[in-house]
Design a protein around this ligand. Structure first.
Ligand code: F6P
Length: 486
């Protein structure tokens, strides 16, 4: 076992993710202003790193970011420094839209309509070359940070090749790769072109610790890695031996930062938005969903299940509003755009069929507004979280942390969050419209005592873990694989 002078807990941290904690834009006065990035990864890591001696390396997405790259900048009010990797626009398109979100996202969430998609061709080869080069650019930027022997925390499916590339540049580096998504099963992963699949597996095995949201995805990874030549896998020990190194495969389920949500809920803007939500609800029951607008979230089936509820339980017509807060996501990828259009058309059709002058069954808001979501969390009667597959799903935890009215949670068995919240929620198979419609009915009719008991359980379970404990467990795992020298 290779030892190291410092324990991971005492080491500085270098995080790498595609999206950074902030993006820089020039304000009217000509100064560069930092705007908070969006998405679950930033929410989880942003809070916990603010207090640490950390450098965050991300892809430049704005002109402002490009100006800040590669020297980086300290964030106001935080110990953290951010640096950007300037990837040429065309290459970024192949890497982010083409491979990461156009292919890998679909693989890990089982999203293909397998009789027709995917098909791989020259375009894929071109995009794959961009993905490789973008990962190489990240590895180079990280190698510059290696002087003080930090812990490298590489995030997600965008950067699967980075651990191996970085190890070639800095052989003793302590590296952890973490996937915020599920990881495709062995058979499904074999859909990928063979070179892409093997490169991804070998790339991730460049880390000392490969982390997932849940044990089942670590096992999927190991079952695929077992097929690689010269890699010895011990599934029971959650371990792979590669090039004379030991790689541990572990699960580190993420948690929400309660403080950040509670602070957002206490702002004046949140108060104003709460009255807007109350106006939308009127004297009806409120069913809520909050999601990025993309296919893994299963928004379309959510609307169809709601329609089924209105058909099977006619008494709800006029007495329930379904508020869907959806933030635009990855609109450059045609499949996401088409899915978004289908969702809007379905909501319009349902509203035209069942709506009345004084009642719109589905109120759809497509906007990027975290505070609006937090305001809506306050008093929903039921919240629908029905992803087809999901690494964790932070919304399922954020809602119960804020909700003050004993709101019920209808939760997909395929969301990572189900492991924590399942027993307090109404469980659904996300593909089963009848089960989902009945769960909505049950949630809306749930007696007070049952609601309160479940809501307390949801809140307790959501708050039992924090982003800080999530990070600490990863650092402990690094110390186990690369123990500090005595
Ligand atoms: O859930 C996977 C994930 O990559 C998160 O880690 C991230 O916060 C989210 O999707 C948003 O993705 P994007 O940066 O493409 O908007």
């Amino acid at each position: 076992m290779v030892t190291t002078p410092h324990s991971a807990m005492e080491s500085s941290l270098v995080v790498a993710s595609n999206r950074g904690p902030v993006r820089f834009e020039r304000g009217e006065d000509g100064k560069l202003v930092a705007h908070r990035g969006s998405g679950g990864l930033v929410t989880v890591l942003g809070g916990v790193l603010e207090r640490d001696d950390a450098t965050w390396v991300a892809a430049a997405v704005t002109e402002g970011d490009r100006e800040v790259a590669p020297r980086g900048r300290k964030l106001e009010g935080a110990a953290q420094r951010v640096r950007y990797v300037d990837i040429p626009e065309e290459r970024y398109d192949g890497y982010y839209n083409g491979i990461a979100n156009g292919i890998l996202w679909f693989a890990h969430h089982y999203l293909w309509d397998i009789a027709r998609t995917p098909t791989f061709d020259e375009r894929t080869e071109h995009d794959w070359a961009d993905y490789v080069e973008a990962n190489r650019a990240f590895a180079r930027a990280l190698s510059v940070e290696a002087k003080h022997d930090p812990i490298f925390l590489i995030q997600d499916y965008h950067l699967t090749l980075v651990p191996q590339l970085l190890r070639e540049m800095v052989p003793d580096a302590r590296i952890l790769h973490f996937s915020h998504t599920p990881f495709a099963g062995r058979t499904y992963l074999r859909t990928l072109p063979v070179d892409m699949r093997q490169s991804i597996l070998r790339g991730m095995l460049g880390a000392d610790v490969v982390g997932f949201q849940g044990r089942q995805w670590g096992e999927n990874f190991l079952l695929s890695a077992r097929e690689l030549e010269d890699v010895h896998v011990d599934i029971r020990a959650h371990r792979a031996d590669v090039d004379g190194r030991q790689v541990q495969i572990r699960s580190f389920p993420v948690a929400v930062g309660a403080q950040e949500i509670q602070e957002a809920a206490a702002t004046d803007r949140a108060k104003r938005l709460r009255s807007q939500v109350e106006k939308i609800r009127g004297d009806r029951k409120l069913l809520l969903r909050v999601d990025r607008l993309e296919p893994s979230k299963n928004i379309l089936r959510g609307f169809l299940a709601f329609e089924l509820l209105l058909q099977k339980h006619r008494e709800w017509r006029g007495d329930v509003v379904f508020l869907a807060l959806l933030s635009p996501s990855r609109e450059e990828v045609p499949a996401y755009r088409d899915y978004g259009a289908d969702c809007r058309a379905t909501a319009d059709r349902i509203n035209a069929t069942y709506g009345k002058e004084d009642w719109t069954p589905i109120v759809l808001k497509v906007q990027e507004d975290f505070t609006f979501a937090v305001a809506a969390y306050d008093r929903y009667d039921a919240m629908l979280v029905n992803p087809v597959h999901d690494g964790m799903n932070l919304v399922a935890m954020e809602g119960p942390v804020v909700n003050t009215s004993g709101g019920a949670l209808i939760l997909s068995r395929n969301a990572g969050a189900f492991g924590r919240l399942g027993r307090h929620s109404l469980a659904i198979n996300p593909f089963d419209l009848s089960e989902t419609a009945e769960a909505i009915n049950e949630a809306l009719l749930m007696p007070e005592e049952d609601r309160t008991r479940r809501a307390r359980g949801l809140q307790r379970s959501a708050l039992a873990h924090t982003p800080a404990t999530w990070l600490a467990s990863q650092l402990r795992a690094i110390d186990e694989v690369r123990p500090p020298s005595p």
